[in-house]
Design a protein. Structure first.
Length: 585
């Protein structure tokens, strides 16, 4: 977002919208964004356009990177490189924003506050500070004109969607649904109060889960556009991954073992987030995961800190780790603006898929996929199972490490969409998170397969949620129904014989795609009847015209028949062309 755009937000609404619209149109034309996006080509041009247009479009790109059902894997990869191009707000603006949001001066809350931010993004910028008790914190302050700009952009998008409603349908994707999802995500992003709640919950569930640490959120010092969290030392885990191995074989082996342990800790914690907490970090890219190595004194202090209560599966439990239980490094999660939450039914469906993948039975896998999808129309399950079996056959012989997960997901979701199935948004968000983390794990430990780690958790989950009492009750009910049905078998056989002997037997045959066949047949009959009626009308009009030399009224009636026939024929041709155009689109 440029300073010019920010300044425009100060002007009256009509002028701001007009100038913003011209800005958007100019950038869209410059990067040919509409044609590229529809054809899913040149993702770099789309990314550059989003960066030039500012925070709203940057967030849209980040949202689309979580939707493999809407964009291709190439777009998802490119959107992961989205960069914020913003100018830093001066310290006076920061002071004004803080006072407006909290009602206090910065000096009243902090003993020290760095005037220069150490990071700046499209939504806000982050400063280091010290609380009065000496605690080191970071303060994220939203840029003052972000909300106005987002509201202007969303207003323009709403008008664009209203115009699209007038035009032809563009497929199974509903623009209004997409607009609502983007609006909700954007206003969630700029409302820091939601991130505060997410951060507090994630802290209670995951802080000091082994080597995993989470910054503490100071809700009493935060506000709608202000976020204060504890300072967490470290740098992006990508730098740790890029560190070369030592030439000394013994040290290199130790480095590899350490990376294996870091990878295992990340996977186990993520699986815990999904199966136990049902609340997971939805954007675990390297920029949101820090790695920090401590010296001996620091790590003793760190290990001492973990001896306090935290929530596990909704209940508080006390950690009793000793000073030497953990290694001298920590991995820290940051940024809780994008989080995922799962219902028990969705978790059960995910577990069924994991276990079904182990069986390599396409029908079992298909049934599990159906349980986590919404049906957008009539679903031919047998057709879906057949197509899924053909699609999965090459993957059955591969290890997970050989599979490109984002591409696999995109193709599976496309297959579902072609069969009137739509994966639930929670699932696409989860798999996107899984794929992001899988990229980090593959760098840390290429031999680890995340599914091998997840499978024991799935089995444990099933065991914990297995109720012998319920199973016995269900089995007893099934046995009772079977015994009751068994006594009726002779009567059923007698009825069947009577049907055969009286000639009342009927065989119902269902053809695949019969609905489409009947619809097409009905259209042919309708057109044939219309053609016969038109032919009769034209013929009758011709007779009236030829035999009406002395009767002007009859002549006009014949001409009217010609005109009506011509209009109907033109409308039929236009309708046929319109249908072909829609199918081609």
């Amino acid at each position: 977002m440029t300073t010019d755009i920010q300044n425009k937000s100060n002007e009256n609404g009509r002028q701001t919208k007009r100038e913003r619209l011209l800005e958007i149109v100019h950038v869209i034309r410059e990067h040919d964004m509409i044609r590229n996006f529809i054809r899913q080509k040149n993702p770099r041009e789309i990314r550059l356009g989003f960066e030039e247009l500012g925070p709203t479009f940057i967030k849209i790109g980040q949202i689309l990177s979580t939707r493999p059902d809407l964009v291709s894997p190439a777009y998802i990869r490119e959107f992961s490189y989205l960069q914020d191009n913003v100018q830093i707000d001066p310290y006076r603006t920061v002071q004004q924003s803080f006072k407006k949001q909290t009602g206090k001066e910065i000096s009243e809350v902090f003993a020290k506050f760095d005037k220069e931010p150490f990071a700046s993004a499209s939504i806000g910028q982050t400063h280091r500070a010290l609380l009065k008790d000496g605690t080191s914190v970071v303060v994220k302050i939203q840029h003052p004109k972000v909300q106005e700009l987002v509201e202007t952009d969303m207003s323009l998008f709403k008008k664009a969607v209203d115009i699209l409603k007038i035009g032809p349908e563009i497929g199974v994707i509903d623009p209004e649904d997409i607009l609502n999802e983007i609006r909700n995500a954007l206003f969630t992003e700029i409302n820091t109060e939601i991130e505060i709640k997410n951060g507090q919950e994630f802290y209670e569930l995951n802080n000091n889960d082994g080597i995993i640490t989470v910054p503490r959120t100071y809700a009493d010092l935060s506000a709608q556009k202000i976020l204060v969290t504890s300072y967490m030392p470290g740098r992006s885990i990508k730098y740790y991954i890029q560190e070369p191995y030592s030439k000394d074989e013994r040290i290199a082996k130790q480095q590899k073992n350490e990376r294996k342990k870091v990878a295992e800790a990340l996977v186990k914690n993520f699986v815990k987030q999904v199966f136990e907490d049902n609340f997971f970090h939805a954007d675990p890219h390297p920029g949101n995961i820090l790695f920090k190595r401590f010296d001996h004194e620091d790590i003793k202090e760190q290990n001492h800190i973990i001896q306090f209560q935290r929530k596990v599966r909704g209940k508080k439990t006390t950690l009793t780790a000793q000073d030497d239980d953990l290694p001298d490094y920590r991995v820290t999660y940051l940024d809780f603006g994008m989080m995922g939450r799962l219902t028990p039914n969705i978790v059960d469906g995910i577990i069924q898929i994991i276990l079904a993948l182990n069986t390599k039975d396409t029908r079992t896998i298909g049934q599990a996929i159906l349980s986590i999808c919404n049906r957008t129309g009539k679903v031919d399950q047998e057709k879906f199972f057949e197509e899924l079996g053909i699609f999965l056959q090459p993957y059955m012989q591969m290890g997970l490490g050989q599979i490109d997960l984002p591409s696999l997901l995109f193709e599976v979701i496309s297959l579902c969409r072609n069969n009137n199935l739509q994966a639930k948004s929670e699932i696409t968000l989860l798999v996107k998170s899984f794929a992001s983390l899988e990229g980090i794990i593959a760098e840390l430990d290429p031999e680890m397969e995340m599914m091998d780690v997840a499978r024991p958790f799935a089995k444990e989950y099933l065991i914990e949620h297995f109720s012998w009492k319920k199973q016995l009750e269900d089995s007893a009910l099934d046995v009772a129904q079977s015994v009751r049905a068994l006594s009726k078998i002779p009567l059923k056989i007698e009825q069947l014989i009577n049907l055969f002997t009286t000639g009342q037997t009927k065989i119902n045959i269902t053809l695949r795609g019969q609905e489409t066949l009947f619809v097409n047949f009905s259209r042919i009959v309708d057109r044939l009847v219309s053609a016969i009626i038109l032919a009769a009308l034209i013929l009758g009009s011709s007779l009236l015209v030829q035999g009406s030399s002395e009767h002007p009224a009859i002549y006009r009636l014949g001409v009217a028949g010609y005109i009506i026939s011509f209009i109907v024929i033109v409308l039929m041709i236009l309708n046929s062309l319109w249908i072909r155009f829609k199918h081609k689109k």
